[in-house]
Write a protein that binds this ligand. Structure first.
Ligand code: FE
Length: 252
């Protein structure tokens, strides 16, 4: 598992842990934000990543404590390790209120359930070491109850599956046009509709974003790439925009 400090300023750090190793599982990025004496881990991934992850997180936190586990949505590659992380650290898990009663099926011990907190549909402010992180609605992108996280110090927008790419082993996207083929198919199929994407980009444009940081594949750093990505989302037909396609009963 490789780790990389994406941003550092005083007592604030944004660290990415990633594992591009071969395997049948989808590649995931795990992100840690530490501010002062508190940390949050975003979308920590599945059981296979957990053992390495807990060791790395403890090293990176140093004297700080893991206050939160933030789950953008309910998928297994996002948070099936969260229960183990909770018992190992004392952290509280935040996920859309739509999913709080589903994720215990990943196998959480009963005493952890009270530490799973539901995020209201409108999002919330999450205090971390004196800092205020913004939990932003990203519903239907792709999950019906979906949130992203904005860090006002690094000005990173952690965007979950929005901006995700597969098959290109890059940490930072350099050439947007060459990168398109690694994210196009996934966005067309998984994201709910162009209308949902445009609602999200309108919100994103109200923020000062230095980088869009997805949970799979390379990130988009700098205003030019962030702008190109938002423009691409605005014009992308996806999800139910193609509803007339697959609804035909197969011929026996
Ligand atoms: Fe997902």
């Amino acid at each position: 598992m490789a780790k990389r400090v994406l941003f550092q300023q005083g007592e604030h750090r944004n660290v990415m842990l990633e594992d591009f190793g071969p395997g049948t599982m989808v590649q995931v990025n795990q992100h840690l934000i530490v501010h002062g004496n508190e940390g949050v881990i975003l979308d920590p991934g599945g059981h296979k990543t957990y053992t390495h992850l807990l060791g790395e997180v403890r090293n990176l936190l140093g004297a700080a404590s893991l206050k939160y586990i933030f789950l953008s949505h309910q998928d297994p590659d996002i948070g099936s390790s969260a229960g183990a992380l909770m018992s190992g650290t004392g952290a509280t898990t935040y996920i859309s209120k739509l999913w709080t009663r589903f994720i215990p099926h990943f196998g959480y011990d009963a005493d952890l359930i009270s530490r799973i907190k539901g995020i209201p549909d409108e999002g919330m402010v999450l205090p971390l070491g004196g800092l205020e992180l913004l939990v932003l609605p990203a519903h239907f992108l792709h999950s019906p109850g979906n949130f992203h996280l904005y860090d006002p110090v690094s000005r990173f927008l952690y965007s979950g599956d929005v901006g995700a790419s597969f098959g290109e082993e890059t940490l930072e996207v350099q050439d947007f046009d060459a990168h398109l083929k690694f994210m196009e198919g996934m966005h067309r199929r998984y994201m709910a509709s162009n209308r949902a994407l445009r609602a999200w980009t309108a919100m994103a444009r109200t923020l000062d974003i230095e980088a869009i940081v997805p949970q799979h594949g390379g990130l988009f750093r700098g205003k030019a790439l962030v702008g190109r990505f938002l423009d691409w989302c605005d014009s992308l037909a996806c999800g139910v925009d193609f509803i007339d396609g697959p609804y035909r009963a197969p011929k026996p």
